[in-house]
Design a protein around this ligand. Structure first.
Ligand code: ADE
Length: 562
């Protein structure tokens, strides 16, 4: 009897402690710490409808808490998704036994974390834990729980994105490398500034690289733009000398650029624009500011200045004492060798201007001059040409629309205008059309040079193209009559063809002033032809096409004068 009362007391104490007391730590113990291994208290509602969406945290909404039958049973919750309603099943379960054909894993938790598993009744989400009523709060980590198939999808996405990622990194890296490269080149060039050169100097001909390049926040900030506006508060110490030229918008002076603190100076040319011609100064400055324009057959640009006191804009460039080509041809007869030098260098300058890459192969914005004529070409001391006066130049960058091109209008000097410019019928869809108009004008200049070459026989006084046919400053209408209506071109007398070299030049000229712009040679091709004309052509001979040297790409034909 005494034993009976003792066992009753034990069971009573157990029941009170397990049902009434909070078992998750009233005694300060970890909820999983169950030294006597008392049966667990779990939610146990079997299957109930639920509005749990399988994301975040859901409550089981089960109102029944059961003492599991065995001490080794754990709490389990199963969430099933179906089209019409979702369900939650709560139960006690022996982890050593399968549940719906699977073994329950990771149950030594206080929290019930859902995982997607495949049971013998299809996929479901199951969580298991071993703490009081721990299967009441169901935790979904990813949408629908962490899903191994989802993980695979994520992995596949990551792997397929990898090449794109690598490519992006490569593109960014090469962009930075390119910028660094350009900056280094720019620095190298800047170190050649006259002010930084060392050693004794006399008066210099500034036809070499002697750029003075300073910050210009008014010009485009593109990396190909040299910082070319003299921002010093002090204007450069320049002393104007004689006027050497006068154009439509500006006057050109020979000038001395003082090399302080010494008495030495460099001779430079200063092109002075009145304030009203800001647009023309800006256009020429912006064209010159492209460092990729730098070329031995393009006038060397030093800097640009706004002269506030004088209300003027200045462009400071190299000075060439021989002056412009028209003046030079007026005063001088030239040899075949001079013709080759002048003609070849002219073509090289135009080819570089038009080119979409630098001699090193870097991309470059093609530029068209649109006012090529012998008075816009300077003769350097070595009797090569350099192009100047870019007031009407146009950068053919990709941002130009057909409208931009159409609005750029009929520009240039009527005497040198190509037929399609005279009748305002340039093909605006193709930027090559603008280059073709330059090639036409260049052909007229080549004709002017040839007309003063002693290799053609009797040489007349200098005359501009169409000289005897039109007045000094012909208008567009009178040029239309000559060039369009009559299909006229400057005369190439038969006597010029006696010299094989001159004949080859004339053939090239003919191909450059073709009425059909597309049939014209490119400036690059003309340059190649000149470089292929070797000294062997420096002899008088009757022209014979069978004896001709026919280069592969830019082949010469001497019998196609129109
Ligand atoms: N006429 C126009 N520009 C000139 C220059 N840079 N040098 C000499 N004469 C010029």
């Amino acid at each position: 009897m005494e034993q009976y009362w003792l066992s009753l007391l034990c069971w009573g104490t157990f029941l009170i402690s397990s049902v009434v007391m909070d078992r998750s730590g009233v005694d300060g113990m970890h909820p999983l710490y169950n030294p006597i291994r008392l049966p667990q208290l779990c939610k146990f509602c079997d299957v109930e409808a639920s509005n749990c969406k399988g994301t975040g945290t859901c409550e089981s909404n089960c109102s029944i808490t059961s003492i599991c039958a065995d001490a080794d049973e754990i709490c389990v919750a199963i969430w099933r998704k179906s089209d019409n309603n979702n369900t939650i099943e709560t139960l006690c379960h022996k982890p050593s036994e399968p549940l719906y054909g699977i073994m329950v894993e990771n149950y030594n938790n206080t929290k019930c974390e859902m995982k997607k598993r495949m049971s013998n009744r299809g996929p479901f989400h199951i969580c298991s834990c071993n703490a009081e009523e721990c299967n009441d709060m169901l935790m979904f980590t990813l949408p629908f729980g962490p899903d191994p198939t989802n993980n695979q999808v994520v992995l596949v996405i990551l792997v397929s994105l990898l090449p794109l990622l690598v490519l992006t990194v490569l593109v960014i890296a090469s962009f930075y490398w390119y910028r660094m490269y350009r900056r280094r080149k720019l620095n190298e060039w800047e170190t050649k500034k006259p002010s930084k050169r060392k050693g004794p100097k006399g008066p210099l001909d500034c036809s070499d690289a002697c750029a003075i390049m300073m910050d210009d926040d008014r010009s485009d900030s593109s990396s190909t733009h040299a910082n070319n506006l003299n921002h010093n508060t002090e204007p450069l110490p320049i002393e104007l000398d004689l006027q050497v030229g006068k154009g439509r918008f500006a006057e050109v002076f020979k000038a001395k650029l003082r090399q302080s603190p010494s008495e030495q100076f460099e001779t430079v040319a200063v092109k002075i624009f009145p304030y009203e011609e800001y647009a023309s100064w800006k256009n020429e400055k912006d064209i010159f500011s492209d460092i990729d324009l730098k070329h031995e057959n393009i006038l060397h640009f030093l800097t640009a200045e706004e002269r506030k006191v004088e209300k003027q804009y200045w462009l400071i460039t190299a000075y060439h004492p021989r002056g412009n080509l028209q003046e030079y041809l007026t005063r001088h007869l030239i040899s075949w060798e001079d013709l080759r030098l002048l003609g070849g260098s002219l073509a090289q300058g135009v080819a570089h201007l038009h080119s979409d890459h630098t001699p090193c192969g870097r991309p470059k914005v093609p530029i068209v001059h649109r006012d090529l004529k012998s008075s816009n070409i300077l003769v350097k001391n070595d009797l090569t040409c350099c192009l100047c006066d870019f007031g009407l130049g146009l950068r053919l960058d990709n941002s130009l629309s057909v409208d931009d091109l159409a609005n750029s209008g009929q520009v240039g000097t009527a005497r040198y205008m190509a037929p399609e410019v005279l009748e305002s019928r340039i093909n605006l869809e193709n930027i090559e059309s603008f280059k073709q108009t330059d090639v036409y004008s260049m052909a007229l200049v080549l004709w002017e040079i040839t007309s003063r070459c002693n290799a053609i026989g009797e040489v007349k006084d200098y005359e501009p193209p169409f000289g005897s046919k039109v007045r000094e400053h012909p208008c567009v209408e009178s040029m239309k009559d000559n060039v369009l209506r009559d299909r006229g071109r400057p005369e190439i007398p038969n006597s010029w063809m006696k010299h094989q070299g001159v004949a080859a030049v004339c053939s090239t000229i003919n191909e450059c002033w073709d009425h059909d712009p597309e049939a014209r040679l490119t400036a690059q091709c003309v340059a190649e032809r000149f470089s292929e004309m070797d000294d062997d052509l420096d002899k008088l001979s009757t022209c014979s096409s069978s004896e001709e040297k026919i280069p592969e790409d830019c082949s010469v034909s001497v019998s196609d004068e129109k």
